[in-house]
Write a protein that binds this ligand. Structure first.
Ligand code: PEP
Ligand code: MG
Length: 588
């Protein structure tokens, strides 16, 4: 017999991607109602509207297939049950009454795709309602769920409802894209967990940057959970508890209080310099995704913004930010940093960081991470780059600003961007617009193995390097950084990755250009000794990591660290490297 008693004490494992413990009522993003826009499509637009609907169904099929592979690891019957359910959803996306009906409504009634989906779901529900059958009633829930998925795909910006969440919620979702995560208000949300997602994708990075506990890649997360159920998201252990028993809740509350005390202690480091025991100064800067994180950076004692990911200005909207809008955002950050340097990266859209205006514009690449993204997109659409460079040059008149180019592969790309920057500067000067004088340093991200191996040549073309170990690891080891299925293979300590870092640092030192590390390893105290030992003196990281890394650096002897780095660089096995590093960290 069915009861309303919540299932007691479910414990689910995933990837702990952002440390901390969140306890609160669950907010299931799947259950939100979606308000569909309704309008008439003119006859000449019908074909494109059908194509838009087909794109949404194709995306839904891909999403469901991903969920299916995730469900395989669920225990026994649960795996089978979820598998059947997803098969049914998949069938509904392929030449079904639903898809045929929607297409017909677009073609014959001139309805927009969202309204056509809504109308078809209502019609199917009416047919089902006439049949008094429990099995069919359950199928109706599936039809509605499929309809919601299609709507979300059609409307691109997926979970707009985040702003309305009750304070203290914990979000449980199937998947949160980086754009969704950018909508999360950390004053209302305590943490989140999702079925899909890897440890080094931008959703994970955003969680760390917001200081929100998060666990991603949790199979079965949304099965048997009610809205409002008490959940614990343990971002340290990578565990989610649903309806935990009182004693477990109690022990988590005391762990939470312990972490809070630890955080308070770390605050004391804010004003202390980041200097090793033997007197070498290391610059600790912040990675910033959204302008609102600026306070966070300052509170944690950032000595600058080492990486401003401007692509977030392009997300959750259908239009493009113009020069003035970008300039105002950048200027506020430069002024907010009050004389400390800001390194603004030109937009790295593409890959998993999708901007609304890109949707469908360049087709659907089979390998988005290898496709038209970042500087490649800027060079394909120079107007985009020119607008952004103009905004940066203008913001650079208000304080020290450097310009950083993502996904650089070859010298010719840097040369081309420098030419464009020169043209933009001349145009602005002709119009008497105030810009940085001299022009800002132009640096490159070293995040593609080919760029690392060309570091000598790039060091002549660029004014500084910033090593992006997230992508460098992804591309060197051929591991999708956002895919939980291969997350266990993602390893920045792989000797190949370390050699590329070493090669880059040495090339920069030889050419006397600054070199920083801004990938996620910069914010993990475990790696500090190795990076410093390899010659890095500039680290940029999520703001909450700054005090933790500073504490590590203040305990570190650089001579010893360099010696250990040399031993590590002679190794061929990453397991051995990890042991050598952990042993060193345990002793000093
Ligand atoms: C990197 O790839 O390491 C990096 C810092 O850039 P992003 O994480 O934005 O790709
Ligand atoms: Mg990158």
């Amino acid at each position: 017999m069915k009861t309303d008693t919540p299932p007691q004490g479910r414990r689910l494992r995933g990837l702990g991607v952002s440390p901390g413990i969140a306890i609160g009522p669950a907010h299931l993003v799947e259950s939100g109602s979606i308000h569909a826009p309704e309008y008439t499509v003119p006859p000449e637009g019908v074909e494109a509207e059908v194509a838009r609907f087909n794109e949404a169904t194709a995306k839904a099929r891909r999403q469901i297939k991903k969920l299916k592979s995730k469900a395989l690891v669920l225990p026994g019957s649960a795996s089978e049950e979820v598998g059947f359910l997803l098969d049914a959803h998949l069938a509904m996306m392929t030449n079904s009454r639903l898809t045929r009906g929607v297409e017909r409504r677009i073609k014959e009634e001139g309805l927009n795709a969202e309204a056509a989906v809504q109308a078809e779901i209502t019609a199917i529900a009416e047919t089902f309602a006439g049949m008094d059958d429990a099995y069919l009633a359950a199928r109706m829930t599936d039809v509605r769920e499929v309809g919601r998925r299609l709507m979300r795909n059609l409307m691109q910006h997926e979970y707009q409802g985040f702003g309305m969440l009750p304070e203290g919620s914990v979000i449980l979702a199937e998947e949160l894209t980086p754009a969704d995560t950018a909508l999360i208000d950390p004053r209302r949300v305590l943490g989140f967990a999702s079925v899909l997602g890897g440890a080094e994708g931008h959703t994970a990075i955003m969680a760390r940057s917001l200081g929100l506990p998060a666990v991603l890649g949790v199979p079965g997360l949304l099965t048997n959970v009610r809205n409002g159920a008490t959940v614990i998201v343990d971002g340290v252990e990578g565990v989610v508890h649903i309806d935990p028993p009182p004693e477990l809740l109690e022990s988590y509350r005391s762990r939470q209080a312990e972490r809070e005390r630890e955080r308070e202690k770390l605050k004391g480091l804010r004003r202390l310099p980041s200097v090793t025991r033997d007197g070498t100064t290391v610059s600790l800067q912040a990675n910033l995704e959204l302008p609102r994180d600026l306070d966070h950076a300052l509170e944690n004692g950032a000595q600058g913004i080492g990486l401003l990911r401007t692509e977030f200005l392009f997300m959750n909207r259908q239009d493009l930010p113009d020069e003035d809008e970008q300039y105002h955002v950048l200027r506020a950050i430069v002024q907010g940093m009050d004389g400390r340097p800001v390194t603004a990266r030109t937009m790295d859209v593409g890959g998993e960081k999708l901007a609304g205006w890109m949707a469908g514009r360049y087709g659907e690449p089979a390998n988005p991470a290898l496709s038209l993204r970042a500087v490649r997109l800027g060079l394909r659409e120079p107007k985009l780059l020119e607008v952004q460079l103009a905004a940066m040059l203008r913001a650079g008149a208000h304080g020290p600003l450097r310009i950083l180019l993502p996904m650089i592969c070859s010298v010719s790309e840097v040369v081309r961007v420098r030419e464009i920057m020169g043209q933009v500067a001349r145009r602005l000067r002709r119009r008497n617009v105030r810009i940085a004088d001299p022009l800002p340093p132009l640096g490159v991200m070293i995040e593609v193995p080919g760029a690392a191996l060309s570091a000598d040549a790039l060091a002549h073309a660029a004014d500084f390097f910033s090593i992006g170990t997230n992508d460098l690891t992804q591309y060197t080891l051929a591991i999708d950084r956002a895919d939980d299925q291969v997350a266990a293979l993602y390893d920045p300590l792989h000797p190949a990755v370390l050699r590329l870092i070493q090669f880059t640092v040495e090339a920069a030192l030889r050419s006397r250009i600054p070199v920083a590390v801004c990938g996620e390893i910069a914010g993990d105290p475990r790696y500090a000794a190795l990076l410093l030992g390899l010659g890095v003196r500039d680290l940029s990281m999520a703001p909450p990591s700054i005090p933790i890394v500073k504490r590590r650096i203040r305990n570190l002897d650089l001579v010893e660290a360099s010696r250990r780095a040399r031993v590590i660089m002679d190794q061929s096995d990453s397991g051995r490297i990890a042991t050598l590093l952990d042993d060193f960290n345990a002793l000093s």
